[in-house]
Design a protein around this ligand. Sequence first.
Ligand code: NAP
Ligand code: ZN
Ligand code: ZN
Length: 348
Amino acid sequence: MSTVAAYAAPSASEPLVKTTITRRDVGPHDVAFDIHYAGICHSDIHTVRDEWGRAKYPVVPGHEIAGVVTEVGSEVTGFTVGDRVGVGCFVDSCRECAQCRAGEEQYCVKGMVGTYNAIGRDGEPTQGGYSGAIVVDESYVLHIPDSLPLDAAAPLLCAGITLYSPLRHWNAGPGTRVAVIGLGGLGHMGVKLAHAMGAHVTVLSQSLKKMEDGLRLGADEYYATSDPETFTTLRSSFDLILNTVSANLNLGRYLGLLALDGTMVELGMPEKPMSVPAGALISGRRRLAGSLIGGIAETQEMLDFCAEHAVRPEIEVIAPDYINEAYERVVASDVRYRFVIDTKSLRS
Ligand code: NAP
Ligand code: ZN
Ligand code: ZN
């Protein structure tokens, strides 16, 4: 075992504090790497504040992790020391169920093992990327293409894949009309990726405050959802709506924006359930769906796509002692568009 510095939440109501955690010895199939950057996902905040009711403290969040390999196990074939690597939201799964065998480990029937706030195969709690180093089985580690800087690569491991996967699954491309609700960490990646895939992209944000950014990021149109006119103007006009909002929305109003046979995909995971008026689905043969991150193979495909199409998140790099302030700003929708922690001071 080795010890490493980290930032942990001691409880739902206390700020994150600097602490020390242990990492397991490098097993035959393991890759150990120094963490250089870790993105702050709104899911980290939902977890730390126990908004999903399943937090186990102390918890070290962070599932957008990028770094450089320092050691590999004797049986590792895919990585060598010095490789630039990433880890996303999970670090293990059963590897036997149909979903695991199909490369959709995020839907493992026995449940994927989260990068943090889960129990690993060794029976120990998993701890995430707000730390200096990590040890992960090579099957759950990604290669970061050379052209992607590590700080910009980090948010791709959750925000990037969470938008890439549904855009691919629902065939976004030339001729499709895609709307993204919420221009935050996930949403801004949705705009960039959908634009890179050739779709017609509309942002649905609470206000027009970020309109200039949205258009620069690749949106063709931008509307404020605080303006009731938006819901009249855009009625029945989208093939695909990606809802990235972290809070409850009036789903019926947004479903009305779908064209015939259109699909709205829930990506945000607010604390409380939302109600769905049946009429909003029935009237346009509309669908309401959900999507969870993406599998390992698709995550690698997304990283390669971002390298090829020069798609990068817009980031604000911060020191670890700014994490608590950054959380407040994320909750206030005051992030443009992802905070990324430079973990240099946590590395030994
Ligand atoms: P974020 O950066 O905070 O972005 C959320 C955006 O939602 C905000 O920027 C804001 O956009 C909008 N918003 C926030 N509060 C709102 C409200 N009360 N009403 C309307 N709009 C509101 O968060 P994120 O990191 O992108 O994560 C978003 C959600 O996705 C979280 O619930 C997270 O847990 C979830 N998530 C899901 C997956 C998955 O696999 N499905 C993966 C990662 C994260 P505007 O200012 O533009 O309105
Ligand atoms: Zn996330
Ligand atoms: Zn499985």
